[in-house]
Design a protein around this ligand. Structure first.
Ligand SMILES: Nc1ncnc2c1ncn2[C@@H]1O[C@H](COP(=O)(O)OP(=O)(O)OP(=O)(O)O)[C@@H](O)[C@H]1O
Ligand SMILES: O=P(O)(O)O[C@@H]1[C@H](O)[C@H](O)[C@@H](OP(=O)(O)O)[C@H](OP(=O)(O)O)[C@H]1O
Length: 284
């Protein structure tokens, strides 16, 4: 592991308190066994260049962590964006669990009401709670997850606060507007991202890992700096699970319960199309 300096890290979105900055350009994420298994397999897969390097499990103050590469150390003054890829953000077994043991969540009710006071049903209003699966589906349809197969979770520019106000960014035009803001309408940056996303798509089509896994709730982390340097990595495999033997998905077909489709490639196709449109619009 090559020591890298300076050590810097900023979290754009995701659970608070899950991360710690480690030594030598590493990042520690609270241990999740499923995620560990994915990283171990990914280190031996064609996808390896598109994921943070994984260094194993470490313990700190009685907490286990997965230790990985802090991707920000490759950049001096990074612009950072997190896009959640796929047409679905919850696992099929989460739906099953919600049916068997419904547990209305007050925190999710509050988050829902904060965005749209009219969104909860009469029953949800009465119990001041919503099921997680219902909340996640509501978030998907409110944003571009259902219609485009990806959504912008947030971004951060150097010396500015994080922007995370994208829950209602849904139409192609709204998404383009937000992406243009992130890249500050710079042709070279869009071009760099497009090149890397197309490479990623090619590698995904040949990856054994991707062939055999349902990839849900995973993000692409976009990093660039004003010099024109760009990079894209797949992160967050906490809800990426191995498919049963001989079970296959094409990552593009619509999801119906039981088919395990995640819409990952469909979302990536749409994201590439949108960036292509942006590139052409900057020409004129
Ligand atoms: N390897 C990495 N290098 C640099 N930054 C990272 C890395 N992994 C994660 N991050 C930062 O942390 C944020 C959250 O990461 P991640 O999606 O893994 O967390 P999470 O808590 O599992 O999220 P979710 O709420 O989607 O479950 C990302 O948006 C990014 O800003
Ligand atoms: O973005 P929001 O609107 O804040 O909603 C959260 C987001 O969907 C996370 O992806 C999800 O964690 P998982 O991906 O791990 O399910 C979390 O569930 P949680 O509260 O149960 O952690 C939600 O609260």
């Amino acid at each position: 592991m090559t020591p890298k300096t300076p050590q810097q890290w900023q979290q754009v979105v995701g659970h608070e308190g899950s991360f710690q900055v480690g030594d030598h350009g590493t990042l520690l994420k609270k241990f999740c066994e499923g995620e560990q298994q994915c990283y171990v397999k990914l280190m031996a897969d064609h996808l390896r260049p598109f994921v943070p390097a994984y260094y194993g499990v470490v313990q700190k103050e009685n907490q286990d962590y997965n230790m990985m590469e802090n991707l920000l150390t490759n950049f001096s003054s990074p612009y950072i964006m997190d896009c959640k890829i796929g047409s679905r953000t919850y696992l099929e077994n989460e739906l099953q669990l919600a049916r068997e043991r419904p547990q209305p969540r007050h925190d999710m009710f509050e988050k829902m009401v904060a965005v749209d006071p009219g969104a909860p049903t009469a029953e949800e209003q009465a119990q001041k709670g919503v099921l997680k699966s219902r909340y996640m589906q509501w978030r998907e349809t409110l944003s571009s997850t259902t219609t485009l197969g990806f959504r912008i979770e947030g971004f951060k520019k150097p010396n500015e606060d994080c922007q995370t106000n994208f829950k209602k960014t849904k139409s192609k035009e709204q998404v383009m507007q937000a992406l243009s803001d992130f890249v500050e309408s710079k042709r070279q940056i869009v071009w760099g991202y497009l090149r890397q996303l197309k490479q990623l798509r090619q590698v995904l089509e040949t990856s054994d890992f991707f062939k055999t896994h349902e990839v849900v709730g995973s993000s692409l982390l976009f990093l660039h700096e004003s010099s024109g340097k760009t990079g894209v990595w797949m992160i967050d495999f906490a809800k990426t699970v191995a498919l049963p033997p001989h079970f296959s998905v094409d990552h593009r077909s619509p999801w119906v319960e039981g088919n395990r489709e995640d819409g990952y490639l469909w979302g990536l196709d749409n994201l590439i199309d949108i960036l292509n449109n942006m590139l052409h619009s900057y020409n004129t």
